[in-house]
Design a protein around this ligand. Structure first.
Ligand code: AGP
Length: 609
């Protein structure tokens, strides 16, 4: 997910484009760039890092222009670097493009362009093919060249194109990636999202799929695939930029919670072929090397560590390989037993968490094979690993991690099933059933998110609690820990999670009248055990909120209230059971008037020890 902006009109294009890009940084912020039409030439300036780097460099350049395109990047193909930043240009420097999305068939197109047409690529990106395709088809008509180029391309894209030969227009195209046009008086702006134009206009055209737009100072022409002109009503925006960045959600955390079905789907489906075989892209570890693996470490911090706990369960259950999970800040100083037959799995959303990075480097020096599960492409953890498995959660802005967690869970399930297949430790039937059920998770998560009113009510009845407890058994323990962390970090309620069977060994002493306690009972095999644990705490006066699968209503006799999740096999419940806990914490934090997206004392990425 990147952000594109383009401007043509009476103002200084540089200013409008930089403004717009800053408003789109929530879509990606690892590099940015701009292309300006100046004196019938195209001037491109692009840099790795936040937009300030670009602004810094533009300071000592002539940027007076009335036409330009810009981009802020969320790397997918090619790590963040000046070269991989957009805009990309053709060989002659006459065509410049910005792109948001993924050109699925870019490998073949790069091959054809370089081997048959002698194009020399400057970047590792999929996007650069667009610039060379448009240039190849350009015979004096930019619109025609763009149509011919998109005819060759497969995938998702929102593209902005300018040419030094036609400085009176820009061409924009939409297929599956968002595109809007901000309509002004003597000026028009193309952008990935509304926040980018709101400073200049509240009149926008919402561009539909497979539409191509010719944008000049005084006109916006929308065409369909057959180049027929389309009439479109202006949409008048009623909300402000901040709200738009959150796409109408009050907080980034709530937006990101609701983006989980999409993140899970993307992280899953890109790794499954039509026969449900798993392909771990970016993983170069061979079957022979995997066969030698006799120990797996999963090391991470915070929420990522909690995903690791489910990873241990999945790898031991499916692949029958022993797994040790550890918090990175401890792992790196305890001289762990590691050798060349050790697989070290690091999990990190940001890829910059110092403890995780240091633990990874420690393992590497001791000969381990390092595989990391990371959300930020090209981040330090990714760069220092032998193999990287990217989660496709998109940028996670809220400090409290939600969609990164569930995409990390999908990742550990996929890796566990892949290892199980390589090690031949899983029956075909069981494998097929698990993959089938995994593929149903995005819809089940969407169904769960479609009605969260009950969870909000539970929050309204408990948001004044001074402390809270989370209990569970089996994989529910890992989810209880995650639920407790979410509540702690955004509502500042003193919260504690523990394996339900451990309660009677001490912690139950803290349970008293009205103690707020969340009991996860999603494991069919441990359901009755959990019911008796709930009776234990009820006997001490706890106010119990149960989490159970639809259809398992026995718990209603024990708990004060129950939040249900769709029925799914025990092994996969963490992907769903965490969602009510995220939403519960969110509503409690809002009711306590906490700064949900930027909680006190916390940072999105902890780059210090
Ligand atoms: C989770 O909500 C927190 N933001 C924090 O615990 C986080 O998970 C931890 O700092 C690890 O971050 P990482 O995944 O970016 O490495």
């Amino acid at each position: 997910m990147c952000g594109i902006v383009g401007y043509i009109g009476k103002r200084n294009a540089t200013e409008v484009i930089l403004d717009g890009l800053k408003k789109l940084e929530y879509r990606g912020y690892d590099s940015s760039g701009i292309a300006l039409s100046i004196a019938d030439k195209l001037m491109v300036c692009k840099h790795k890092g936040r937009i300030v780097n670009l602004e810094e460099d533009l300071k000592n350049k002539n940027t007076e222009s009335d036409l330009g395109i810009g981009h802020t990047r969320w790397a997918t193909h090619g790590a963040p670097s000046d070269q991989n930043s957009h805009p990309h240009m053709c060989k002659e420097g006459k065509v410049a493009i910005v792109h948001n999305g993924i050109i699925e068939n870019f490998v073949e197109l790069r091959k054809w362009l370089s081997e048959d047409l002698g194009v020399v690529f400057k970047s590792e990106t999929d996007s650069e093919v667009v610039a060379h395709l448009v240039s190849y088809y350009y015979k004096g008509d930019l619109l025609d060249a763009v149509y011919q180029a998109i005819d060759k391309m497969e995938g998702a894209y929102a593209i902005g194109v300018i040419s030094s030969d036609e400085p009176d227009k820009m061409i924009a195209v939409r297929k599956d990636s968002p595109l809007i046009i901000g309509v002004g008086d003597g000026e028009n702006i193309i952008a990935s999202d509304i926040p980018a134009v709101l400073k200049y206009t509240k009149d926008v055209y919402l561009i539909e799929n497979d539409e191509v737009v010719i944008v000049t100072k005084d006109n916006v022409t929308i065409l369909d695939e057959e180049r027929n002109e389309i009439e479109r009503d202006i949409y008048k925006v009623t909300w402000d930029a901040e709200a738009a960045e959150k796409e109408g959600y009050e907080h980034f955390m709530l937006k990101e919670i609701n983006e989980q079905p999409k993140g899970i789907k993307e992280t899953l489906e890109r790794r499954l072929d039509e026969n449900d075989h798993i392909h771990l892209d970016g993983i170069k570890i061979t079957k022979e090397e995997l066969e030698k693996i006799n120990k797996v470490y999963i090391v991470a911090c915070g929420t990522a560590y909690h995903a690791g706990l489910i990873g241990k369960y999945a790898i031991e259950k499916f692949a029958k390989i022993q797994v040790e999970v550890d918090v990175a800040s401890e792992f790196r100083y305890r001289d762990p037993m590691i050798d060349e037959n050790t697989l070290f799995i690091a999990i990190s959303q940001s890829g910059e968490t110092l403890d995780t990075l240091a633990a990874l480097r420690e393992a590497k020096t001791k000969g381990a094979r390092v595989l990391s599960i990371v959300n930020v492409v090209g981040s330090s953890v990714a760069r220092d690993s032998h193999d990287v498995f990217y989660t496709w959660a998109g940028p996670e802005i809220a400090v409290a991690s939600t969609k990164a967690y569930t995409t990390q869970l999908v990742s550990v399930y996929l890796i566990a099933l892949y290892l199980a297949k390589v090690k031949n430790n899983i029956s075909n039937n069981y494998y097929k059933e698990l993959v089938k059920d995994l593929k149903e998770i995005p819809d089940l998560a969407q169904r769960l998110l479609s009605d969260t009113s009950k969870i909000k009510e539970v929050a309204e009845r408990n948001y004044m609690s001074k402390n809270a407890f989370f209990i569970g058994r089996g994989t529910d323990v890992g989810v209880a820990l995650e639920g407790s962390l979410k509540l702690k970090e955004i509502s500042y309620i003193d919260s504690f999670a523990i394996a339900a069977g451990e309660l009677k060994h001490g912690t139950i002493a803290l349970i008293e009248d009205g103690t707020f306690l969340v009991a996860l009972a999603t494991q069919d095999g441990l359901y009755n055990k959990m019911l008796s644990n709930i009776q234990e705490v009820k006997a001490r006066g706890a106010y119990v909120v149960g989490i159970a699968k639809e259809g398992n209503e026995e718990i209603e006799k024990q708990a004060d209230e129950v939040m249900y999740i769709p029925h799914v096999r025990d092994e996969l419940t963490p992907l769903l059971s965490v969602i009510p806990l995220q939403i519960l914490s969110y509503h409690i934090a809002v009711l306590r008037e906490c700064d949900v997206d930027k909680p006190k004392n916390l940072a999105k990425s902890v780059t210090v020890e």
